[in-house]
Design a binder for this molecule. Structure first.
Ligand code: ADE
Length: 228
């Protein structure tokens, strides 16, 4: 089986590459992909680069060019749910694009005529994440993740996203990867570790906790891969 693991930034995939140690480096489509050959599975790991367009491109490349049959997105997110603490993990049960706005045509925020507001993730992969988290006593929430091409660092904006989409966490790639996987019938799991609270002081927190939180997320992914 071939499993694709994406992070948006180098910090999000470095813990994986450091753990697997041996990999082939393949340049394709303006990006670099790392192929890890394990006894009964192959991993394709890549840093998509930030945002919805880059992550869609990388996800589609992993599936259509590298033949990935399951996808995991791994990285950090801003927490919206007040119960989420820095370093906690969240899996997105469903994801939306908070920056989609064709409301002038009478549609709700986050809606494209060709799509739907929320894209679900794969129940089996999510259950595996929950099972692994339970086994290793890792705090893991399940919630709604809102994605957009914006780093959210404002109380007002955060509140708006929370109220409009009932979102629990916010990031910049998950929903776009989920849309690609939904269209190509590939199971996807989006795992994020909280690095900040998306409020006015988000940047300071993000810079301080990015590396630590990224490692928490990668740690869960590594344990999941063992069971796939
Ligand atoms: N990823 C981590 N924190 C974030 C935030 N506050 N906004 C968007 N993406 C993020």
């Amino acid at each position: 089986m071939t499993i694709g693991i994406l992070g948006a930034m180098q910090e999000e995939i470095s813990p994986l590459l450091e753990y697997y140690k041996t990999y082939e480096t393949i340049a394709f489509g303006g990006n670099t992909f790392y192929k890890v050959s394990l006894p009964n599975k192959t991993l394709i790991i890549a840093c998509s680069r930030i945002g919805k367009v880059h992550s869609s491109l990388s996800a589609a490349t992993m599936i259509l060019h590298f033949g990935c049959e399951k996808m995991i997105f791994n990285g950090v997110a801003g927490g919206i749910n007040p119960n989420y603490k820095i370093g906690d993990l969240v899996i997105g049960e469903k994801l939306c694009q908070h920056d989609v706005d064709i409301t002038i045509f009478g549609h709700p925020f986050g809606y494209f005529s060709e799509g739907k507001i929320f894209t679900p993730t794969d129940t089996s992969l999510n259950n595996l994440a929950l099972e692994v988290a339970k086994e290793f006593a890792i705090p893991l929430h399940q919630g709604i993740i809102a994605t957009g091409d914006q780093f959210i660092s404002s109380k007002e904006k955060k509140e708006w996203i929370k109220n409009e989409f009932k979102a629990d966490a916010i990031e910049m790639e998950g929903a776009s990867v989920a849309v690609v996987c939904d269209n190509l019938n590939i199971p996807i799991c989006v795992i994020r570790a909280i690095s900040d609270n998306a409020s006015d002081e988000a940047l300071i927190s993000y810079e301080e906790f990015l590396e630590h939180s990224a490692k928490q997320s990668a740690n869960l992914v590594i344990k999941m891969v063992e069971k796939l």
